[in-house]
Design a protein around this ligand. Sequence first.
Ligand SMILES: O=C(O)CCC(=O)C(=O)O
Ligand SMILES: [Fe+2]
Length: 294
Amino acid sequence: MAIETIETTATSSDIEAILARDGCVIVRDAIDLAAGDRLVGEIAPYLVQKPCGTGEFVGYHTKRLHSLFNKAPTTGTFVTHPKVLEIMDLTLGPWCDSYQLNSNSITAIGPEETPQPLHRDDLLYPGAHPTPRNMCCTAFWALTDFTEKNGATRIIPGSHLWDDERVPREDETVGAVMEKGSFCVFLGATYHGGGRNITADQWRVAMFAGYSLGWLRQEQNWYLSLSADEVRAMPEKLARLLGFNLHKPFLGWVQDFQDPLDVIRGYKELSSGGSDLYADGAERPVQGKRVRTA
Ligand SMILES: O=C(O)CCC(=O)C(=O)O
Ligand SMILES: [Fe+2]
């Protein structure tokens, strides 16, 4: 069995059907190779400096880099890629007013790395499985080719439907084998883990971007990772995705019920008495109509 691989021309309904069945999908050749190489070039000086991890989960031959926005200007192109966001619209969109970037990292798996323990990324959030409500969803980009030998992420298709008792086994996994410039998406409840790297000299480099429902606490704290100046310089879409955003009807306001981006852009406290913050189209304080609750 292999993870189903589709072209960027696949329709939303095709993708939705694959994710409902498998909880994962690979989108082939989704970005031009020059963008990937540029990102690799931007992170290279930091990756050289960064030591390997020291734990079963973070690995002993794996390097991780975070806070990529301050290091690599090309990061935003990947994180706001239209096909990735189309998939997040499908998986997270129905359960929140807006979703957000949960975490973002470079994960570079080096020679001799052993498999990462299989896990669900939604383990951060208490909630029973199976559930129709996705808490989070992860996209990861192949910045080098992903092979069976160099540590391609292992995924268990269909495991998003499992309960909390079933223990995942390595022999149930398949490798997210893909060429660089492709990305793979899996639901928060889908079991996966970094793969074994049995090559002598290849580093498998991925850019992970996790997204979560906008009313959850984000895994990575962007408010302390980025300065107001850095956020002000970003495209609005990216700033909002990072959580400098008001989740309607009124979650996350600042000062006088302000949208965080107003404050980033220089709103002066006490200059307004505050106004009602309702969900789109609502005339009273109720949950937005497009947000599913069950
Ligand atoms: O690097 C990988 O392939 C998987 C990493 C992962 O799943 C994680 O750190 O949560
Ligand atoms: Fe993970």
